[in-house]
Design a protein around this ligand. Structure first.
Ligand code: SF4
Length: 391
């Protein structure tokens, strides 16, 4: 079995009582059968506390005031304190670690919805490197791999490499860098190129010709800086307000996992979109003075967006082997990055320009909680992005 993980994967450690937004609050934590059986074996001492903290019928931990009932007033888990980490159920011991299973390959990632993981993922200053190792473990024969399209999977892995290069490109002599001080195409242009590549790959997949992806990849791996690859995705800056407002309506239509998210959505709507295009452009102009080319946050902000995009591409892109939706995986990354920028813009304006990198990270993990932790939201967004050109 081959294991793939981002170079920062092993840096994660839970900040427990110091966590600003613990995962033991608000989420229903389901307990795997083996752990339930183990917990049922505790009859005395901590056993009675444990018994009262579990909904035995539903197989989950009970909540008290929106928090796991085993979480004490110091934000620490009483089970870990009394019994040790080895007694955590699968959900608690794994989170925020995530595994994507492919034939012969397990891809490990950290979830962006955990504040400590988000800080590592988004604060990374050296780009993304994937580490690989193999062990002798033979993959269990699973029915789900019977129809696994190995050729498509390999092409997707190669495509993801090219997407990483496009997103991290700082070197290419770009025809139009839009005043990009760091050299290479601007981050917006790189996102458009990534979308263009995804659109071309989708055509190959729709035609059932995964082998044709090779030609597209060759083309994009040699030159993607001459403008020809932006195609229909070349962003029409003049229509930005209308596009952003249209896409925002989609976010407003999604299910809310946390009430506080509504404040971000309504604040963004009122600050950016409710007062029309001229107001939006004025606000964006103020934002770009510090976040745009030449601004004091420009480099850090671009690095943050790159890391954000790389996270989504690494985590989701190769999953297209199961549903053939190549375009939506890239569009989800771009759509999310574009709206993180809008949320940061809202917070920047409404806080009188006093937000910092910690606030960027907070908006990102709160966004991830809403999108990634709801199958409904993720599926709906992907469907819309696959079938429209919202991103
Ligand atoms: S959200 Fe992350 S850092 Fe916070 S308690 Fe959960 S695992 Fe630990």
């Amino acid at each position: 079995m081959r294991y793939v993980k981002p170079h920062y994967y092993d840096k994660f450690s839970c900040t427990a009582g110091q966590c600003p937004d613990t995962c033991c609050a608000e989420w229903l934590i389901t307990i795997d059968d083996a752990s339930l059986e183990r917990y049922a074996g505790f009859k005395s001492g901590f056993g009675s506390r444990l018994a009262g903290a579990i909904d035995w019928e539903e197989g989950c931990f009970l909540q008290y005031k929106g928090r796991c009932s085993l979480l004490n007033e110091n934000g620490l888990c009483d089970m870990v304190a009394e019994l040790g980490e080895e007694y955590l159920c699968e959900t608690c011991s794994r989170y925020p670690r995530h595994v994507e299973e492919f034939k012969g390959v397990r891809e490990l990632s950290l979830s962006l919805s955990c504040p400590a993981a988000a800080e590592i993922i988004l604060g990374c200053g050296e780009g993304l490197r994937l580490l690989q190792e193999e062990d002798e473990v033979k993959e269990p024969l699973k029915e789900e791999f019977e129809d696994f399209d190995l050729e498509l999977f390999h092409r997707l892995q190669e495509s993801r490499e090219i997407l990483f290069r496009i997103i991290q490109d700082k070197e290419t002599e770009a025809g139009s860098t839009e005043g990009n001080m760091g050299g290479g195409p601007s981050i917006e242009r790189r996102m458009h190129m990534a979308l263009e590549l995804a659109g071309r790959l989708q055509i190959c997949v729709d035609a059932g010709k995964a082998s044709d992806m090779n030609g597209v990849l060759r083309e994009f791996s040699t030159v993607y800086n001459d403008g020809i690859h932006e195609g229909e995705h070349a962003f029409d800056e003049k229509r930005r307000f209308f596009r952003m407002r249209e896409g925002f309506a989609v976010l407003q239509g999604l299910e809310r996992l946390r009430d506080e998210w509504e404040e971000v959505l309504s604040g963004t709507w009122n600050t950016l979109y409710a007062r029309g295009e001229a107001h939006y452009l004025k606000v964006r102009g103020i934002f770009l003075k510090e976040y745009g080319a030449g601004g004091r946050f420009y480099e850090d902000w671009n690095r943050f967006l790159e890391n954000f995009l790389l996270f989504f591409l690494y985590t989701y892109f190769c999953g297209a082997v199961y549903d053939d939706w190549v375009y939506s995986k890239v569009a989800l990354a771009v759509f999310s990055a574009v709206y993180i920028q809008e949320f940061v813009m809202f917070c920047y304006i409404s806080s009188d320009k006093s937000i910092d990198k910690g606030d960027w990270v907070e908006l990102a993990y709160r966004y991830a909680r809403e999108i990634e932790h709801s199958d409904n939201n993720l599926n709906l967004l992907e469907e819309l992005l696959q079938n429209s050109r919202l991103a």
